[in-house]
Design a protein around this ligand. Structure first.
Ligand code: MF3
Ligand code: CO
Length: 286
């Protein structure tokens, strides 16, 4: 019986013998679950490439961790990212991406993400800042971000930073092979709400590796057992943006990039690139 509601993403080339993986994914597909395309399953060679890209990406973030301080402009962070990345034979993925003018996103306090580094923006004691680094090495993409607290911040902002980090961890733990993308978002949402915070809905994690943004969309909220099937070999980010107040955000009209909370209360985000394995997620950006 043909079920036209099924989106047949998983296609095995004619005449090719079915692997165990094919059989397993086809079983879910026939039951009506959304499954990835076969192209989203990375080959061992591709995984190695993304892994090597991730090593440089992590090197960038470690460099920023050691250099970031009060009195520094976000343009200085941008220069450090550009210089380290290119010195290691790689390219900063944000630079000229859909017109983005800099090599990294720097998002302070009420800025949720996609903040543009500037000479005029000086880090101050008590700021919480997300530095979002993405690297292309030999055509392979990796993507990760961390929060940095400048000196000491308020207990509320520190808690937001900590809970956002925990949200990434619970999301990671919730992702099982042959589970669903919705399991991740559900775990994140529960953890954020438990602490009285909200989850940004307008931006999500994403497949990554051969391009900057691939399928699936990884929402940071949702219901268990919904969304795309998680299959070993998939590579994607989880990058929850957690707000102190409302989840609603807007994009700065002047620059077309900077995403800000509607109520101008602070926001925090942590991100890693992950490989789904038979055992669960492996971090490729440590
Ligand atoms: N690094 C962001 C992400 O996590 C994307 C930034 S796009 C840019 O998906 F153009 F703003 F850099
Ligand atoms: Co990302």
């Amino acid at each position: 019986m043909k079920n036209n509601r099924i989106k047949r993403n998983w296609r095995v080339p004619k005449g090719q013998e079915l692997t165990e993986l094919d059989k397993k994914v086809l079983y879910y597909q026939e039951k009506g679950y959304l499954v990835p395309t076969r192209k989203l399953i990375k080959t061992p060679e591709q995984i190695e490439g993304i892994r090597r890209s991730g090593v440089i990406n992590t090197g960038v973030l470690d460099l920023i961790a050691s250099e970031i301080r009060a009195g520094m402009s976000t343009a200085e962070i941008d220069r450090l990212v550009y210089e380290y990345t290119t010195a290691h034979g790689a390219i900063p993925a944000p630079l000229n991406y859909e017109g983005f003018p800099k090599s990294v996103c720097t998002s302070i306090n009420e800025v949720v993400c996609h903040g543009i580094p500037s000479e005029d923006e000086i880090l101050e004691e008590g700021d919480i800042v997300n530095v979002d680094v993405s690297t292309i090495l030999d055509g392979y993409y990796s993507d990760a971000s961390r929060m940095f607290v400048i000196g000491q911040t308020s207990p509320e902002k520190q808690k937001l930073v900590d809970v956002a980090r925990e949200c990434l961890e619970v999301g990671m733990q919730a992702a099982r092979p042959f589970g669903f993308v919705g399991d991740i978002g559900n775990a994140i949402q529960r953890h954020a709400h438990k602490h009285g915070f909200s989850v940004v809905r307008d931006l999500c994690g994403h497949g990554v590796g051969l391009e900057f943004h691939e399928d699936p969309e990884v929402e940071h909220f949702g219901r268990k057992g919904t969304g795309m099937l998680l299959v070993p070999g998939m590579v994607f980010t989880i990058e929850p943006m957690i707000n102190m107040g409302t989840y609603e955000v807007f994009v700065d009209e002047e620059d077309g990039w900077t995403v800000v909370t509607e109520d101008e209360l602070p926001s925090a985000q942590w991100e890693h690139t992950f490989l789904m394995t038979e055992q669960g997620l492996e971090i490729l950006t440590y």
